[in-house]
Design a protein around this ligand. Sequence first.
Ligand code: 5RP
Length: 223
Amino acid sequence: MTQDELKQAVARAAIQYVVAGEIVGVGTGSTANFFIDELAKIKHLIPGAVASSEATASRLRSHGIAVLDLNQVTSMPVYIDGADEIDSTGAMIKGGGAALTREKIVASVAQQFICIADGSKLVSVMGTFPLPVEVIPMASAVVARQLALLGGQPVLRVKDGQTVLTDNGNVILDVHGLSITNPVGLENVMNNIVGIVTVGLFAKQGANVCLLGMENGVKTMTF
Ligand code: 5RP
């Protein structure tokens, strides 16, 4: 199976977690995109979705799924999203698609985080994937110095020669070289650095369920 086929398989499996009559939170990235395509098939069962990025909002709309403002939403049974890495406790690195801040906000409203990922995302210790950190642009240098003191090598994210800006107008520092043995502790420490908007560590509030795409089928992990 290709990686895309594994992503499609978990996207299909995630549909069972969507609650009829209730709003669903939708993540960002290639796996989330496959989920949106599956969600379109049952769109008549839900009032709409809350999107974690402009890209997700436009894909939802292109399928005729109503996109709701989070400020109008008080309850959301599930948030469904991919991950860049996930460990055996359900802690995740996210933000490969630069949507980490809105992802964390939407996830915070949901009762359950359903992570959908191909099997390569499961790791014993996170940090091989550089940890994305969203930063206020004027603070990028001072924050980079603080992150270096924690043992990482922060690199400003650039694509096609341009500094990547998030949907919120901020920049991303990708922190290389970390071995994240205490994800909750590191999330707490980084949350206290002035100038950081969001750390792409989802450990204090990690996944409740992970649907992992494996060669022999979809494996369900609960945390
Ligand atoms: C975007 C994210 C994504 O969930 C993460 O990057 C995984 O992406 P993909 O499903 O394309 O592998 O956090 O900010």
